[in-house]
Design a protein around this ligand. Structure first.
Ligand code: HMG
Ligand code: MG
Length: 301
């Protein structure tokens, strides 16, 4: 049976914008967060506390966090790759932090400049500090079906990483198809490997849409009972260390799919489309969401 309710985490402000070459003012990012929460999003991945040399677009992390008018019941998460990032992040009072590792060694090196084992050793004190401070800890697992450097990634590698995350106290893990190469059965295998170590309520899907498979992969995940997904308004995004990978599946497209199947999200699709229009115009391009484009042409007509 499919879940009757789904939680979407909009990662647009972070995963979406981290890859933008043009500077996006902090005020624009803050306005986007405000529009997302007004549309009914209850969790927003706002920014990351990473090295500004590696990801210049996220250098305004503290300014963005400080500028948000927080709404009761909304969770604000940020990425923290190491203790230095965590210590900076904690001053901004995130609801949740995200440590991010990879199922492929090569991607781990390219993205966070260390091996999988070293990354876990770096995350361990971050997880302990966060949990001691009452901050929820999510783990992102990149390249769970394919890697831009190593090719296909077997589910055993995903299970291995999930176990390492579990052992250091990470409370929830996201199974990410970083480069959007996955197809439904492969995604299910990666999720099943993760479910060996985490309960169904503690696993989410994070699908980039490079090959147009993300909606099919979302449905395949729902079939396993997965009810939490990361999505990105207007389909923004990509990873600076995964060349050619496009954004996450558009939040609008997933909302349309879910509502069409009678699954509740608490999100107002019209207001979400407005948020997507706002950020797309700020970036000087058309939205990547097929649903938003269809609804906009209907509005225009
Ligand atoms: P490093 O160079 O190995 O770090 O980078 P280091 O500890 O050797 O320090 C070198 C310099 O970086 C020092 O500065 C540190 O202060 C500074 P210097 O003395 O040279 O002036 N530094 C920091 N500055 C600010 N914040 C920090 C920090 N840490 C060190 N937290 C590091 C290692 C992890 C920092 C680097 O590789 C990095 O920042 N990587 C981030 C890459 C990234 O953000 N990628 C995108 C997010 S992941 C993603 O998109 C995937 C996801 O969506 C899921 C999916 O789709 O797969 C989550
Ligand atoms: Mg991503």
């Amino acid at each position: 049976m499919l879940p009757s309710r789904v939680k979407l985490v909009d990662v647009g402000p972070r995963d979406g914008l981290q890859n933008e070459k043009q500077p996006v003012p902090a005020a624009t990012k803050i306005a986007l967060v405000h529009m997302l929460q007004a549309a009914g999003l209850r969790e927003i991945e706002v920014t990351s506390f990473v090295s500004p040399k590696w990801v210049p677009q996220m250098a305004d992390n503290a300014e963005v966090m400080a500028g948000i008018q927080r709404q009761a019941g909304v969770r604000y998460s940020v990425l923290t790759p190491n203790l230095q990032g965590f210590e900076a992040a904690v001053k901004s009072h995130p609801t949740e932090i995200v440590v991010f590792g990879a199922a492929s060694e090569a991607f781990s090196h390219k993205n966070i400049n260390c091996s999988i084992a070293e990354s876990i050793a770096r995350f361990a004190p971050v997880v302990s500090a966060a949990r001691a401070a009452g901050i929820y800890v999510r783990g992102a697992m990149s390249c769970t079906v394919g890697c831009p450097y190593e090719g296909e990634v077997p589910p055993q590698r995903v299970g291995y990483l999930a176990k390492l995350m579990k052992d250091i106290g990470v409370q929830h893990v996201g199974v990410a198809d970083t480069i959007g190469v996955g197809t439904p059965r492969k995604i299910q295998a990666a999720l099943e490997a993760t479910l060996q170590h985490y309960a169904l309520d503690d696993v989410s899907g994070h699908f980039h849409d490079t090959y147009g498979q993300a909606l099919a992969n979302t449905l395949a995940s729902l079939e396993l009972g997965i009810w939490q997904f990361d999505t990105s308004v207007a389909g923004l995004g990509g990873c600076p260390y995964a060349k050619g990978a496009t954004g996450n599946v558009a939040t609008e497209d997933v909302v349309y799919l879910l509502h069409g199947m009678g699954i509740d999200t608490g999100i107002d699709l019209d207001r979400l489309v407005d948020a997507g229009v706002f950020i797309s115009e700020a970036l000087g391009r058309q939205t990547s969401s097929r649903v938003a484009r269809a609804l906009l042409s209907k509005r225009a007509g």
